[in-house]
Design a binder for this molecule. Structure first.
Ligand SMILES: [Zn+2]
Length: 277
């Protein structure tokens, strides 16, 4: 019998929606599937960042940086400086901004092409592979970040355990992930836009995330809904490109296609946790 990563319960998870199951004790929701490391690696090849979950990740750079700048400002209220390690750093946009305040900065990502970009475009110290396999020195990194990544992991509980073990007392772990218990997903039910296994495997809430962090000695010090900046044409791509291609082509030729807008659907949690003891 496998244990719930959040509450440690061994009761069988019960069906929530097609493909999703929920822990009857703590409400933690996960995809009802298991993914091997090789399968996970295959998902996060080039297609994931281009025409997959993102229309064109590199074209979103300015919008992503604007979002990351906001997240950085919040993080600095709790951890103004020190050594920062980013888990799932993608193309390095966050690390490249973070190094203005933190020293050193480093990161890891499973996607080889993204890691190459981090090195070539920004000269960042980024490794390609699994965070769980990295030999990192305990106490060397005072802040870990994990932006919209924990929901993708095959072993999120082990990631939190490792972060907690590596952090010095008073160190911080900041993350952003969806909240399946927020109003919007409650209304949308199985049609909530963030439900898409196999890329999203874990579906946290304020409750379950707080409990998972506390289980590993991390106390939540900040928890708010956060929005993201999007480019108009790339947002349209997500809405129209597949079903209404001609309309999308027409609209995306307009001069306002590169405008950006801030969108907060109040279902993405930004959590900062501090290591106690
Ligand atoms: Zn549970």
């Amino acid at each position: 019998m496998s244990e719930c990563i959040v509450c440690g319960g061994t009761d069988a998870f019960t069906p929530l929606y097609a493909g999703l199951v929920r822990c009857p004790r703590c409400g933690f929701v996960k995809a009802d599937m298991s993914l091997s490391d090789d399968e996970a690696r295959a998902i996060y090849a080039h297609n994931y960042f281009f025409d997959g979950e993102y229309a064109d990740y590199l074209a979103e750079q300015r919008a992503l940086e604007k979002s990351f700048r906001g997240q950085l400002r919040t993080l600095r209220r709790f951890a103004p400086s020190g050594a920062l390690f980013d888990i799932g750093c993608a193309y390095g946009f966050f690390l490249n901004l973070a190094r203005q305040c933190y020293d050193p900065v480093a990161g890891v990502d499973i996607c080889e092409e993204a890691v190459e970009h981090c090195r070539a475009a920004f000269g960042l110290d980024v490794r390609c592979g699994e965070f769980l396999d990295l030999p990192l020195e305990p106490g060397a990194w005072s802040t870990f970040t994990c932006w919209m990544t924990i929901e993708h992991l095959t072993q999120p509980g082990e990631y939190v355990r490792k972060v907690a073990e590596l952090l010095p007392p008073g160190g911080h772990f900041a993350l952003v992930t969806g909240d399946i218990e927020a109003l919007n997903p409650r209304l949308a039910g199985p049609r909530w836009r963030l439900i898409h296994p196999p890329t999203h495997l874990s579906y946290f809430s304020k409750r379950s995330l707080t409990r998972l962090l506390r289980r590993h000695g991390l106390e939540v010090v900040y928890c708010r809904y956060v929005g993201t900046w999007r480019r108009v044409d790339l947002a349209l791509h997500g809405l129209l490109a597949r079903k209404h291609h001609k309309l999308y082509e027409l609209l995306s030729k307009n001069p306002w296609r590169e405008w950006m807008f801030y969108f907060n659907s109040y279902d993405n949690l930004y959590v900062v946790a501090r290591k106690t003891g």
